[in-house]
Structure formats: structure tokens, C-alpha cells
Design a protein. Sequence first.
Length: 277
Amino acid sequence: MTPSVLLIGGSSPLGRLIDAELTASGSDVLATSRVGEHSLDVTDRAGVDELFTSASFESVVYLASPTATDPGSSRAHLDALDHVLRRARDAATRRFVFVSSAAVYGTDERRPRSESSPLAGSTPYAMLKAGSEKLLVDAAGDEFLGISLRVFNVWGPGFRRSLINRLLDATDAPQLQVSESFVRDYIHGADVASAVGAALALMAPGPLTLNVGTGVGISNAALAGLAPPGSFLSAPVGPPTFSVSDPRRAQQVLGWRAAKSVADAFRAPTAMSDGGD
């Protein structure tokens, strides 16, 4: 059976969750990665062309990202995404979901970000995601729905670099700025996967940009109160930094909302941590 969803970047922790979510909902998924059974390097134009010639996809979910964000790798990534978008559109793909990041907003504004908030992210990663979103907007049309999902801070099984995961893992005590002025919106990877699934069910015209977050800001001071004793090392407090979503548009458009909370994770850490993944 021809897969109906092409998942590019399927071997990542988030990719595996999305693959499981879509498969459980009845989708036929072809999950690719740089290495493995279904290998695809998005910078290899011939390989991308061969894939879209050999199979048809109703939808594409794009998770690929360069391993570094220097100007050369960013340019190569943007060129690769542009080529994949063109091939998908020419192959009559109906939906293209790009997994973007809340990094595009920056961390200076001390209020929840809506999709109309200024894009103030100044890091190479933030600028790469913003440039990628623009490519999707330029490619979208009446028959090609482009959706950018601006994902906030992901935690859960497999996300070992997440502060939440590290606090839950007694063997990896992170440094923590215990401060009310360091605030983040933490969303579980399974909730991100369900948002992707909801986006793929959309029939509305595009392009669309949607925040994927809980809408709940948690300070490092609050995390310090939730975390087990000895699970972190106190670090000097830096400047105020704030990154929290206004998720109302995603809730309205997708009929979706986050189901898991960080507080639940600390109440039942064995059920919510990596579990050896």
C-alpha cells in the first residue's frame, strides 16, 4: 500500500512519536531519516526526486534540520526545503506540515506570544526557522495547504536535553537558575504529535501558522519547588527571559489542546520520564 504521509526526520524522538500517532490513527506512514531502512538526505536532490517519482503522498510532515546552524548549513537546509516543497506541490500533495519553533519569537517579551507577535528571535536557529516558514508561505496555494507549527519547549521520552527530563533523571543534575524571571512553556512530545495529527486532518485553505504549547508559563523557581531534592545545582541568575504560548488559535482551528502537564510529571516521575529510551 502506498504511504499517504511522508514523515521526513522520522528517527528523531519527536519523529517517532508522530509516526506512532499517525499510524495509530490509521495513516500509512513512510518515515525517513538520514540513515536506516528508509534513508533520505534532503540535501540530495536526486534522492528527493526519486522518492516523489516512486510514490505519491497526500501529506508531508517535515522535521529535518541541519546538525549545525552556521550560514552554510542553514543555506543548504533552506535550499533543500525549497526543493522538497516544489516536488511535493508538483506531485499533488495536499498538506505540508512544517515543524517550526517558538525560537522565532525570541525571549524578551514578557507576555504570551500569539501567531501575530513580532518575530524577534535573533539566533541562527531562530532565523533558520523563520526563513523556512517563509518558504512554506510562498509555496502554499489553494490546492497545497502549508501549516507551520511553532512548537514550544518539548519534553518527554527521548528528549534527554530537555530541562524537565534532566530534572526527572536523578543521574543528570542540571544547573538551574532558580528565578521567577526565567519562564518557559513546556509541552510533552505526545501532545506535539497529536497537534501534528490534527493539522493533517485540516481541510481549510492555507497557509496557516499555529502555536503548539500549553499556554502555561512555569518559572525556574516553580520547577525548583517541584523537583526532587538534589536533582539540580543552583546557578547564577541571568537576565529575565520568557517564552510562553498563546495556544488559543490552535485550539480553535485544530480542536486540539495539550493534555499533559509538567506538574503531573513530577507527581509520577517513573511514568513520565524517559523510561530508558
